[in-house]
Write a protein that binds this ligand. Structure first.
Ligand code: 8Y4
Length: 301
């Protein structure tokens, strides 16, 4: 069989330790996005903080969304309380805790699903572990004060993502001389720092951070060379869903990016991505079934 065979990709890392349990990564896993920012549950935070109804409505909506993802076959639910969009207001620890922790605890009580928390905050990392989360997804790769130590004190998995700059300014003038080399070097350096801090490598996954301080060309160069990132020796998590790298090619607004996002998910799977972070769980699960049917046939034929 030639090396160009789409199914012969070399993927050394094939499992991830999440709060003491292995997640088998011999098949690509789907991470569903659950935003718990006020704008994401369309009451817009209009009700005051002392009004219990606001909290309850949001919690019910979050659980409803989680239920739909579980029914669609999601493997991990990624709960996020801080928007990383350019121009989004920064969130205090207190506010992020109030948004995220009740949702994590409620998902833990109601569903048998892995829970990831999208956070950079040491306080949120510690509280998430106590509330039953399985993974910390940090777009700042545990570089905020105390975050590394907080994660090391748990047995949760961590996703270390690459970002150039900070969310407010990262898209102003992204620059690299070799985007793949520089992203890879950053991820390997952060992985080593985590290992030194006591986070064993079987808890670590890595993410090139599509759209985070990258031009359209940088993003597609990273996708084209994704298989090279297996040399970093960790599972790869990829987030392309509805991003501007899809919208820019299609000339489509966020609501019309599903087909492009599915194409991206399948291309990432072909390149050996282990975890794919998406908005549209059911469609992605279906698309990945086609990839798996092909891969399984290639192994027997
Ligand atoms: C519509 C709405 C379109 C939001 C795009 C977006 C990643 C991530 C994000 C990622 C990991 C996003 C938290 C950006 N992207 N975490 N988080 N990897 N690990 N934008 O690529 O989804 S937020």
């Amino acid at each position: 069989m030639s090396e160009a065979d789409l199914t012969s990709v070399h993927t050394p890392a094939s499992r991830l330790s999440m709060s003491g349990r292995w997640l088998d990564l011999s098949v690509p896993r789907v991470m569903g996005i659950l935003n718990v920012t006020p704008d994401s549950f369309s009451d817009g935070g209009a009700l005051s903080a002392d009004n219990g109804a606001h909290f309850k409505v949001s919690l019910d909506k979050a659980l409803f969304a989680a239920q739909a993802m579980v029914a669609a076959g999601v493997d991990i639910i990624d709960v996020g309380g801080e928007s990383t969009r350019p121009g989004a207001p920064s969130v205090s620890d207190t506010e992020e805790l109030e948004r995220v922790i009740p949702v994590v605890a409620a998902i833990r009580r109601n569903f048998d699903v892995r829970i990831s928390v999208d956070t950079s905050s040491a306080a949120v990392i510690a509280a998430s572990a106590d509330a039953g989360a399985d993974m910390i997804n940090d777009v700042r790769a545990l570089q905020r004060p105390g975050a590394l130590e907080a994660a090391a004190a748990t047995n949760l998995a961590v996703c270390l993502m690459h970002m150039q700059g900070e969310p407010a300014f990262m898209q102003q003038a992204p620059h690299y001389s070799d985007v793949c080399a520089e992203v890879g070097a950053f991820l390997l350096a952060r992985k080593r720092v985590c290992e030194q801090a006591g986070i064993s490598s079987d808890r670590i996954c890595l993410d090139p951070g599509f759209g985070f301080g990258k031009t359209l060309v940088h993003n597609y160069a990273l996708l084209a060379r994704l298989r090279e990132m297996h040399t970093l020796g960790s599972p790869l998590l990829i987030g392309l869903s509805r991003k501007s790298m899809i919208g820019a090619v299609l000339g489509a607004s966020s609501a019309d990016r599903l087909a492009g996002s599915l194409a991206g998910a399948v291309l990432a799977a072909v390149a050996g991505a282990h975890i794919i972070r998406v908005h549209d769980v059911q469609s992605t699960v279906d698309a990945l079934k086609i990839f798996l049917a092909m891969r399984n046939a290639g192994q027997t034929g």
